[in-house]
Each structure stands twice: as C-alpha cells, then as structure tokens.
Ligand binder design. Sequence first.
Ligand code: CP
Ligand code: NVA
Length: 308
Amino acid sequence: MKKDFLTLRDLSVEEINAVLDRASELKSGKDVSARDRVVSTCPLIGKSIGLFFEKASTRTRISFQTGIYQLGAQAVDISPGESQLGRGETIEDTAKVLSRYLHGIVIRTFAHDTIVKFAKNASIPVINGLTDLHHPCQVLADLLTIKEKKGGLKDIRLAYIGDGNNVANSLIEASALTEIDLVLACPKDHAPDAGIYETARSEGAKVKLLIDPEEAVKGADALYTDVWVSMGQEKEHEKKKQTLKGYQINKGLVSLAKADAIVMHCLPAHRGEEITNDVMDSPQSVVFDQAENRLHTQKALLEMLISS
Ligand code: CP
Ligand code: NVA
C-alpha cells in the first residue's frame, strides 16, 4: 500500500527516528561502503517524481530536485499554468492520470484539502511540500538540526515566536511525536490551528501556547521564528506587521534564553521584521544548517516512501 506524507503524523515515532538516522548517514557519506555506493545510493533509479508547486519555493523545490537526482531518479516539473489543471481539469482526474506515469509526487499548494483530495485519488505516494496548514518536510529537517546541535530531542526546550502558521502547526505535531518541550508565543489573533494544538495537548504532548515572547524564551535551548506574512497572505501585510511587531527575535530576546541557545528560522527570512540581521548572522544562528538538512531528510524520506 502506498504511504503519503501529508502531515508529520503520517510517520510513526519509529519512522521519524529512522528518517533522521538515515538522513545523518546520507549526510556523512558513510551510509555504504565505497564498493556498494553506486547501487545503494541510487535506490530510485529509473523512477520519476513529480514536483507540483502552486507557490514560490527556493529550498523545497531545489532540495527535492537535487535529492531526487542523487537517488538516481528524475524530477518532473509540473506547473499548474502549463498543465490542464489551469484549464479546469479536476484534481481527482489529474491525480489518477499522474499516478500512471510517476512513482511519487511532491505538492506545494494553498488549501490543505487540495493535497488530501489529490492523495485520495492517487495511487502513488504524495508528499506535502507545504500547504497553508502544514509544512512537515521543514520540520523533519528542523528535528535533525536540533539533534545535531543539542545531541538529542528529549526535553529540549524549543520556543517558537511569532505567527501561528503552517510551520508552527507542524512543530506542534513534532512535540506530540517526539519528546521536545515546545512553547509558542503568538498574538491572540494569530494562534496556531486550534484543532492541531488541542489534539497534541490531549495526547500529553509537552506543548504550551503563550502570548508573551519574553516568557516563552526563558530557559529555551532553541528559538524559532518564521515570516509574519506567509505566502497567500500578502494583502494582510501591513496589519500583521503591526500586530506582530513585539514578536521579533532580536538580541534582547535571545539574551533571555540559555546562553548556548540556537536560533532557527525555516527561511526565507524577512530580515528586520521577525528576526534582526545581527541575530540571523550570529554564531548562534543555525538557519543555513536547517536549509541544508532539507536535502538529507527528504532523501531519507523519499527512500522510505518510494524505493520499496
Ligand atoms: N523553508 C522553505 O520551505 O523554503 P522555500 O519556500 O524556499 O521552499
Ligand atoms: N510560513 C511560510 C513558510 C515558508 C517556507 C509560508 O507559508 O509562506
């Protein structure tokens, strides 16, 4: 049976750990002996993976594209404007047709329901490359980054500051699936998805939602932020900038966390809004390691979902 990755919860705790371990192996280059390298690192040889993006992307698209190539497969770009979807062909029919050609597909879209509908009608694995509600591939890379920098995930205090968006929602799911201790500080009107938060809480996840960023970062091992205005929300920019202006990760806020705290951002950053230049470029910042880890974790994910 095919397996999708639409939210972090599509993987079990054991599968998440397996993806992170395999990603570390792939990153180290020590995953196979030199003799077996060519065969073992090309588990997707001869396969085709679709990349269907309805929103802009630098990291997700390029890391998938290069990762797919490194695994021996080809990436097939599908743009909505140039396919029949743009002329009204249904999601359901498109999913059925593409399943006859491809071995998997990565989709970035707006409504989460769109990817759910696609996955229901596809007979190939569907991977969420970001929706308005979730960004699970990002959070896989974040978990690897935290493990690398802090030696593990158990009881790591992660403070997420800012807009309660897709990244925040996936981090909440991570807190339910790992032993990360997550504290979010978001303005009342920009809280994460209530259903995702309440489900995690009801399962006993170590997750807490606050309003005050200063309280949230106290004793934190890691600080995390994302843009105040996500893709598709451009019209709300001025209003959101006002509401979120107290939620900037700057030197003052970082000084309230543990002295060795790392600073995380999924990127792209709006320097001077949710994060200042000095913090983003400081030795505590691990933002480019997060970006690199997209490649390694997604390769491990593709191996798990598609090679078998
Ligand atoms: N972090 C992330 O998903 O970046 P892109 O939008 O560039 O893919
Ligand atoms: N929350 C951001 C993440 C970008 C990677 C957005 O959806 O635009």
